[in-house]
Design a protein around this ligand. Sequence first.
Ligand SMILES: [Zn+2]
Length: 131
Amino acid sequence: MNLNDPGLPKVIRRLPWAFALAVPVSLAIGAGAVWIPVALGRPGAGGMWGSVLMPLAIFAPVFVAIVFVRMRLVRIRRQVAATGGRCCTACLHELAGLGEAGRCPECGDGFEVQRDQASWRKAGLLGKQGL
Ligand SMILES: [Zn+2]
């Protein structure tokens, strides 16, 4: 699935940004993790720090991004299922009782129920039968 596909819901297309943020944070922590032992006068520090803690610290933001994306997907899947795909593709606000097209009262993004349900289906978050 190409996540840049404009046919996909915005909330899905935004998910990779968690990784776009996690990678530079990991690199910064990695640089710090290498620099701290040098600053403490213990370059090449081994033991627990070098073999376990430092790699964990470096990859922690990536792990956090993976957990964040999984939790976000669960929340999106639940909201889409609960509303039958009748929720905002940008902020997940429920759009029941607001007609077939208009503006989301929560975020102001335009919605069109038929088109939005098709995009939820395309993302694999809504059954083929829809409602
Ligand atoms: Zn919205």
